[in-house]
Design a protein around this ligand. Sequence first.
Ligand code: CP
Length: 314
Amino acid sequence: MAGKKNNTAIKNSPKHLLGIQNLSIIEAKEILEEAKEFIKLNRSDSKKLDILRGKTQINLFFEPSTRTQSSFDLAGKRLGADVMTMNMDNSALKKGETLIDTAMTLNAMHPDLIVIRHQDSGAPNLLSQKVNCAVINAGDGRREHPTQALLDALTIINRKGKIEGLKIAICGDILHSRVARSNIYLMNMLGAEVNVIAPKTLMPKSIDRMGVKPFTDMKKGLDGCDIVMMLRLQNERMQGSFLPSKREYYEFYGLTPEKLKFASKDALIMHPGPMNRGVEIDTKLADDINVSLVKEQVELGVAVRMACLKRYCK
Ligand code: CP
């Protein structure tokens, strides 16, 4: 027992995945290469490995999620980890317990990795300072959603063979979007040219400092783009009025077959989900398998999360 305690004490500090901003280009490329192997595994009859056997993964989702939560759950199980997804509606948070007290309580159970989604920007960073295990950010406020950007990159590479030299448009609610921020960092890092398109009210003031070209006009912003990434209006983060109406928003910024013609001839469409059909995207376009990568994004999300769990769960 004493030896085990010592081992714990001398264990190296865990590495965390808190954002694309903290990731080097080498690390990002290594995760994407590893994930490619997991795509094959996930398409095979036997999807189970024991790479993480004996490891404990806790999923803490303080905000709703379908794709991210289920794919982290599945990813951990496919790698052989013991996965516990906390039901936050029934947790002691409802009785007033703080995030830090919750973290300290879970830390006492010796998890090897915690996946956290939280409404406050910076919550995963705070958690990582309080626990002994690795922390993966599954989306914090409007700051970052690193595994979403990594799965988006993998989806583009899978279809276009590369990211370097591509022209990528990110359209919609840039102001409130952690998906936009993580994708801007990653696509720039991997050598793409990034246009962001939004009404003035949904465009961050200092956006040009992020190495992107801002547009308020879809026709100009989509010109020659190889990838058109649409974003959901993040109504839950809007206080006050940002738009005249959803109908008007759709007219100017909703992606329709007509507006897609402004982009490159072989442009492909992406959306992180959940989609508001008829608000940011035409419903038929969203389901058109000739141009829409939405289902592939979900599929490859599992592979990317497996690669991240393998890398950070030590
Ligand atoms: N893209 C994304 O984060 O979706 P969920 O909110 O369903 O996890």
